[in-house]
Design a protein around this ligand. Structure first.
Ligand code: IFL
Length: 434
């Protein structure tokens, strides 16, 4: 622990013993292994976990401990967390940010990540850390382009043009200067020494995997061969770079699957066949993708659930073809009546969660390469502060990042029926771990 005093500087990682190695989540053919057993993910999205861990400013360490205790009691064993954010003018982005400008880091916020990782270790939980964001709510790739290409950081909540946003943001992958800075930040985080417990991140089995970004896409639905080739190369080369920095941890892309691959199954397969990507990820968003109309739930339910089942199954089948585990690391639906109000019911969302949990459980029990789920997203004790449900700096963090209404997809600590479902199905997945 001699390095405990180092403020997150790089450190020579001691070689991990074979016994120590089994502490890390690893891939055994099409399943995860951890501590000598198969490992299934019964997880939550908790993007702001590092923010709550900060020693000052936005930090709420007592709340963080309570949220982790609540999740642990439900049988949640993994959280998926934003590790890096970029300071930006965009109103839809979280403030503060871990990166205040190229090479300028907020050590207080990064100490929050240290605290989160340490607290997760105390609870035998694991974490997936994403190192960038295709979307604007944490600055992300569009902010890198603002820094290095001089283009405006685009906020689709302002431009109202997602197609334009996606096409322009994908230029990140081919921007040499942006990639240089991104890799510098990756190195800073991956080689960080935890300032709470003195452990180099590289040697900490609490971390399950490094994730290239949240929902990286090759562009918009009209992405051409050139964009797809750039995207495929970016995934392989960035994943390889991370493995060069860290011999112990898994690397994943953060892809949504087909929805994040211009609906091109060949692209999804080709961009994830690289040996440097250890497992596959996918996300399921019936409302965002226009399959479900939460203002007309009865009329749109059958179509939404049929398309959801097909999406869930087809990606498990692609995982089998690629011979890698796959995790459904995001899925969600809004509250009854499309309300953001915590007092609104969750009967439709509960039904959707039950369908997703049930399908994954049966495919997993069948030995298929589905390794679990993370619902989107943990709201816990967070509460919306404003009548219009938009986030403002200083308001509680909750499952919905600042680009969305606070309450849209969050699962709160008062949503008893949802928590009961999560507990039931986390237990069923855990029972498969042999
Ligand atoms: O990664 C994501 N996927 C969908 C979430 C809900 O719309 C969104 O908040 C987030 O950007």
């Amino acid at each position: 622990l001699a390095m405990a005093g180092m403020a997150g500087g790089a450190a020579e990682a001691a070689p991990v013993s074979a016994a120590g190695k089994s502490e890390f989540v690893s891939v055994k053919k099409t399943h995860f292994a951890r501590k000598g057993k198969t490992y299934y993910i019964a997880g939550a999205n908790f993007w702001y976990g590092g923010y709550l861990g900060s020693p000052s400013g936005v930090g709420e360490r007592a709340r963080l401990r309570k949220e982790l205790d609540t999740m642990k009691a439900l049988g949640i064993n993994n959280v998926r967390v934003l590790a890096v954010s970029e300071k930006t003018e965009m109103s839809s982005a979280v403030r503060p940010a871990t990166t205040n400008g190229p090479g300028k880091y907020d050590e207080d916020l990064l100490a929050g990540l240290d605290f989160l990782v340490d607290e997760l270790g105390k609870r035998d939980m694991t974490v997936v850390l994403y190192l960038n964001n295709f979307w604007q709510w944490s600055g992300g790739m569009t902010q890198y382009l603002n820094w290095f290409e001089g283009t405006p950081a685009l906020d689709p909540n302002v431009t109202r043009d997602y197609d334009d946003y996606m096409a322009k943001t994908a230029r990140f992958y081919a921007s040499k200067d942006a990639q240089k800075e991104y890799r510098g930040t990756i190195k800073k985080i991956v080689q960080r020494v935890n300032t709470i417990n003195g452990k180099p991140y590289r040697d900490d089995p609490v971390i399950m995997s490094w994730q290239l970004a949240n929902e990286p896409r090759p562009g918009n639905g009209k992405a051409g061969d050139k964009e797809k080739a750039i995207y495929t190369t970016w995934i392989a080369e960035t994943a390889q770079y991370i493995h060069e920095l860290d011999k112990n941890h898994l690397v994943s892309s953060g892809s949504e699957g087909l929805a994040g691959s211009a609906q091109d199954a060949e692209l999804f397969m080709a961009s994830h066949s690289t040996k440097h990507i250890d497992y596959l990820t996918y996300h399921l968003w019936p409302k965002n993708w226009g399959w479900f109309d939460s203002k007309k739930p009865v009329e749109s339910w059958d179509r939404a659930i049929a398309k959801s089942r097909d999406y869930l199954n087809s990606h498990i089948d692609m995982a089998r073809t690629l011979g890698k585990p796959i995790v459904l690391e995001e899925f969600g639906l809004d509250r009854d009546g499309a309300s953001f109000d915590i007092k609104a019911g969750t009967s439709i969302r509960d039904r959707f969660y039950g369908e997703v949990f049930g399908l994954i459980q049966s495919r997993a029990a069948n030995g298929d390469p589905i390794a679990g789920w993370n619902f989107w997203a943990w709201g816990g004790a967070g509460r919306a502060a404003n009548a219009d449900y938009w986030w403002k700096q200083g308001n509680d963090f909750m499952g919905d990042p600042p680009q969305e209404e606070q309450g849209l997809y969050s699962v709160f600590d008062s949503d008893a029926s949802s928590l009961a479902l999560i507990k039931e199905h986390a237990g069923k997945l855990r029972a498969l771990q042999k």
